[in-house]
Ligand binder design. Structure first.
Ligand code: NAD
Ligand code: UFG
Length: 338
């Protein structure tokens, strides 16, 4: 299939492009580069051995720009990564998050249907479960109250896309709820490239390892978890990327609406992640315990059985590969793509 990949220059998008090409698909990328660098696309081309993946520096809110892309290419489906994703920033700038993520998706979906392209895979998040009613979290678990505007954009867009599919069964909509993506491509050529001080645990750890930050702050050690620190379901970004290739197969089978968790099913605490990083990479990570971070929950990990049953997808990489590849990327690219 020829796939429109919005946000394809970003962290998860760039890794997904590689797996798409490996599976025999082709792609057209739309990204406004507000949180990425087109160097990632050049590196993807190098890894897959393809010259000139079509790229448009276009905002998904730009209707005319998207119309031009659809006029130039026959597109079978869209994998929709484009969006703002910084939780803390979304609390400070809610309008910008609702406008970018929600208006952008509404424009995108309208242009898609005008061109008869009614297949979409949407990047959702475990954040839609709020403080989960049960752990491990299966897709039967009810959605909860999000703790920030970013999370609400995901929750609301899931509803928008669900309603569109219900009203017009020609649509195939796959909502993928990612748990905590980490790692990088094993070549060390592409990876996560956060601006400024990282919000997320793994890029913070790698920046401590390379000496950019003196120590890791561990946000709370009094949670009701085995060692008191927060537990999450970390998933290697290459596994996550492959989840999208499996979701495309479901779309080819005309799946209608599908909702899937993409996680490993294993929870690791902050201190377990620190110790795994130290053990595998032989680098010390100094840390100090800080107060809990507002909005954090104690534990969150998936029941990924539905994705295995219905999509034939299962995470292959474990914690050792995650910390190895995160460090490999950071070590080889101390300043990311800059
Ligand atoms: P990222 O910031 O690396 O990638 C997002 C891309 O979208 C960037 O390249 C950015 O420039 C682009 N973009 C943003 N707004 C745009 C717009 N209006 N028009 C065109 N391009 C635009 O983030 P990522 O980690 O690769 O995340 C991809 C998707 O997965 C996002 O929707 C994110 O919310 C979702 N997600 C990420 C995580 C995570 O922890 N990384 C977890 C759950 C869900
Ligand atoms: N943590 C620290 N120190 C840090 C950063 C994080 O102790 O410097 C802890 C957090 O308190 C939490 C764990 O590490 O216990 C993971 O935190 P992250 O910020 O890496 O990830 P979150 O689980 O908070 O959120 C991430 C994404 C969200 C997404 C969610 C579920 O940032 O966008 O996973 O997919 F919604």
């Amino acid at each position: 299939m020829n796939i429109l990949v919005t946000g394809g220059a970003g962290f998860i998008g760039s890794h997904t492009l590689i797996e798409l090409y490996r599976a025999g698909h082709t792609a057209v990328v739309v990204d406004n580069l507000c949180n990425s660098n087109s160097e990632s696309l050049r590196r993807v081309e190098g890894i897959v051995g393809v010259d000139g993946i079509p790229f448009y520096r276009t905002d998904i809110r730009d209707r005319e720009g998207l119309e031009r892309v659809f006029a130039m290419h026959r597109l079978d489906a869209c994998i929709h990564f484009a969006g703002l994703k910084a939780v803390g920033e979304s609390v400070e700038r809610p309008w910008e998050y609702y406008e970018n993520n929600i208006s952008g998706t509404l424009v995108l979906v309208d242009v898609m249907r005008r061109h008869g392209c009614k297949n979409i895979i949407f990047s959702s998040s475990a954040t839609v479960y709020g403080d989960p009613a049960e752990i491990p979290i299966s897709e039967r678990c009810p959605k909860g109250r999000c703790t920030n505007p970013y999370g609400w954009t995901k929750s609301m867009l899931e509803q928008v896309l669900t309603d569109i599919q219900r009203a017009d069964p020609e649509w195939n909509v796959v909502l993928l709820r990612y748990f905590n993506p980490v790692g990088a491509h094993p070549t060390g050529r592409i990876g996560e490239n956060p601006n400024g001080i990282p919000n997320n645990l793994m890029p913070y750890i790698t920046q401590v390892a390379i000496g950019k930050r003196p120590e890791l702050g561990v946000f709370g050690n009094d949670y009701p978890t085995p060692d008191g620190t927060g537990v999450r379901d970390y998933i290697h970004v290459v596994d996550l990327a492959n989840g999208h290739v499996c979701a495309l197969k479901a779309i080819e089978r005309a799946c209608g609406l599908g909702i899937y968790n993409l996680g490993t099913g294993h929870g690791y605490s902050v201190l377990e992640m620190v110790r795994a990083f130290e053990r595998v990479n032989g680098v010390k990570i100094p840390y100090c315990v800080k107060p809990r971070r507002a909005g954090d929950i104690a534990a969150c990990y998936s029941d990924p059985a539905k994705a295995e049953r219905e999509l034939g997808w299962k995470a292959k990489f474990g914690i050792d590969e995650m910390v190895r590849d995160s460090w490999n990327w950071q070590r080889l690219n101390p300043d990311g793509y800059n």
